[in-house]
Design a protein around this ligand. Sequence first.
Ligand SMILES: Cc1ncc(COP(=O)(O)O)c(C=O)c1O
Length: 307
Amino acid sequence: MSEKHSHRGIRTRAIHAGEGPDPTTRASAPNLVMSTTFVIDDAEANFSARALTPESPFAYTRWGNPTVRQLERKLADLEGGEAAVAFASGMAATIALFLHLLKTGDHLVVSDVAYAGVSELVTDTVRKLGIGVSFVDTSDLDELRGALRTNTRLVHVETPANPILRLTDIRAAAEIAHQAGAQLCVDSTFATPVATRPLELGAEYVIHSLTKYLCGHGDALGGAVVGRMGPMEALRQDTGIHMGGVISPFNAWLIMRGMATLPLRMAAHAEGALRVARFLEQHPAVTRVIYPGLESHPQYALARRQM
Ligand SMILES: Cc1ncc(COP(=O)(O)O)c(C=O)c1O
């Protein structure tokens, strides 16, 4: 979380974090900068991604863009991270992180329930690269502990998991992963930073499909990884810049505009969802309702603590 915003509540940060007046026009709302290229004054400029630092001037939008940068700063602030890298979709963010961290011979542990695209990606594409994959019920900490090997580099959990809303205890999963020398990544798309901040609970990486609650209007695909500054700059170079699956500035602008109302929308979603869940729970035609906000959910206590 940036110091400038640390004393502000999440509703204020959702609006203002990462943004600032345009240095030329003094426009206070984020400008949409669609330019692919930027004028570089330095004749000695080094056009290698390896020379890029967070302070480098903008050169080319695949490397960095003023509108995208504001979205990344807002995301990092809301998640309590140091930096974020935005991608064209949640899937692009997920495969970028996997390809960045894993190589042939490594081992990946994944929630056995996850968004179908992620399950298929891991089964088909990641395995094809010679990376071992174990699917684990990560809500069962003993099962998680038992799945870790000496070559496990990453544990990837989705909490709440799409579509059955099963939770994983992030703090405990982080401890287990770290004891085995692995890192923890949390797909927090369903929770959003309004409900859960995985980095504060010990995870190294948070992944979002920005397409969902963060955008909130169903009109822009996007994805992001949030974490510490050094790893995020390495991720940007290796995957954003070299693999090229970056977000369009227009989508970044739309998502940032949506994020201003994220805390208000999440409060309304939670209130509405609980009302529907309670209604269904007492309905004679319904045999089972799965919603972690209901006292009858087996992970209700974890939901209260973590969400
Ligand atoms: C939990 C979760 N992660 C990742 C994704 C993939 O995101 P995108 O559709 O933005 O590629 C989805 C999409 O539904 C999702 O629900």
